[in-house]
Design a protein around this ligand. Structure first.
Ligand code: CTP
Length: 410
């Protein structure tokens, strides 16, 4: 038996959700108690379909809580005291459903209510089918929870309970969960590394809208997903981020200062106002042209007359302006949305725009990149081209942020 575990005397509120991995939680209870921890279990309805409260209660040597509206339990302990009267909340297994509820702040059973009410550190050990773990909805929920300060251990890779299914999604081994809990209570848990702490970053994202008259505009299909994800990823690495966003329908990312603009000229002004900065990433799909003189009143159609000619004029190139700016950030990164000759065009843009890196992506309609959740990019620098496999835009953002942090540190 291990000596002097930091868990000795600690009160652990253990939430068991409904997955087959819950059988491992029986052993987890034993291991935690061996180390001197007190374990108070909460079981969701799903968890009780796999193991009985009797077994869990016997191993924990405590009452098992299952009901939100139990008159007896509420008088006795109450869900708020349950949520606060512990040193650590441990969720094992954490199912996709429970994670989704937590990410949204839902409270429709005892487990989710306690998770919303607690002010204690929370450690989650996810367990689910690899497809569920990889689903964009789960990716989004986990990213949100990391921002909310929830810690994760796992999931691991390997064979799933379902025959023939393998991949990331398995609950990690019990002793790994114990080690993560020990690290968390002693404060030695590696908090997310922040290599961009003290750095300033500017990111542009989304389309621009260039007015034709007060009711009509020229636009494009950019959703802002990739740019917003990059702003969020840079912030997670500690950067102080200004996101200059064109009109989008997605929410502002957490932890980022957002400046909302409509037109290219306003986007440039907002970027310049955010200088000096250490790095700038230009992801916006800026309209190359605007209508030379947008009408002040709505253009009317007169029967028998030709449609109005639209005289276009060039917009400022924001990336190129900043790439040659007196206050040029040390690292300037552009995107190249191409449908043909991806690499050749990206190399041309690298030189022409004064960028250190061009992230080239194929936006041919069949790729579904424009507006979609996934992206397949190639990083083009003076040193060469590096093609990345197709992945979620969030994952592209995360890896790109880490790469930029490394480049800045060099
Ligand atoms: N960009 C910008 N301002 C513009 C146009 C583009 O800042 N007025 C930036 C984009 O944010 C992106 C990069 O330049 O980082 C490449 O944009 P893209 O539209 O692919 O290149 P263009 O220069 O417009 O070239 P082309 O349309 O001929 O492909």
């Amino acid at each position: 038996m291990p000596h002097a575990s930091p868990l000795a005397g600690k009160r652990i509120l253990l939430i068991l959700a409904g997955g087959i991995a819950v059988y491992k939680s029986l052993d987890l209870i034993r291991r935690l108690r061996e180390r001197g921890a007190q374990v108070r279990p909460i079981m969701t309805e799903g968890a009780q379909a796999f193991v009985t409260p009797l077994a869990v209660g016997a191993l924990a040597a405590d009452k098992v809580f299952t009901e939100l509206f139990s008159r007896e339990d509420e008088q006795d302990v109450g869900h708020i005291r349950l949520a606060r009267g512990c040193d650590l909340v441990l969720i094992a297994p954490a199912t996709a459903n429970l994670l989704a509820k937590m990410a949204q702040g839902l409270a429709d059973d005892l487990a989710s209510t306690v998770l919303l009410a607690t002010d204690r550190p929370v450690l989650a050990a996810p367990a689910m089918n690899p497809h569920m773990w990889a689903h964009p909805a789960t990716r989004r929920n986990v990213a949100r929870m990391v921002e909310d300060g929830i810690r994760f251990v796992g999931p691991g890779r390997g064979e799933m309970a379902e025959r023939g299914e393998a991949g990331e999604g398995r609950m990690v081994e019990v002793l790994e969960i114990v080690a993560a809990a020990e690290a968390l209570v002693t404060g030695t848990a590696p908090s997310a590394p922040q290599p961009l702490k003290g750095r300033k970053a500017v990111v542009t994202s989304g389309p621009t809208h260039e007015p034709i008259d007060p009711v009509r505009y020229i636009a494009n299909r950019s959703s802002g997903k990739q740019g917003h994800a990059i702003a969020a990823a840079l912030a997670r690495l500690g950067a102080e981020v200004t996101l200059v966003s064109g009109p989008v329908t997605i929410p502002d990312p957490a932890g980022v200062r957002v400046v909302h603009v409509e037109q290219a000229r306003d986007m440039l002004a907002a970027v310049e106002a955010a200088l000096p900065a250490d790095l700038a990433v230009f992801v916006a799909a800026v309209a190359d042209w605007r209508v030379a003189d947008a009408a002040h009143g709505k253009i009317k159609k007169t029967p028998g007359e030709a449609p109005p000619p639209l005289q276009l004029t060039e917009n400022p190139d924001i990336l190129r302006t900043i790439g040659h700016h007196g206050q040029r950030p040390r690292l300037v990164v552009g995107f190249a949305a191409e449908t043909d000759d991806l690499l050749a065009n990206a190399r041309l843009k690298l030189a022409r725009k004064g960028a250190d890196m061009i992230v080239a992506n194929d936006v041919s309609p069949e790729t579904g990149v424009m507006g979609g959740a996934r992206n397949s990019v190639t990083l083009v620098t003076d040193a060469g081209a590096e093609a990345w496999p197709e992945m979620d835009k969030d994952e592209v953002a995360h890896r790109l942020a880490e790469r930029l942090a490394k480049l800045l540190a060099e």
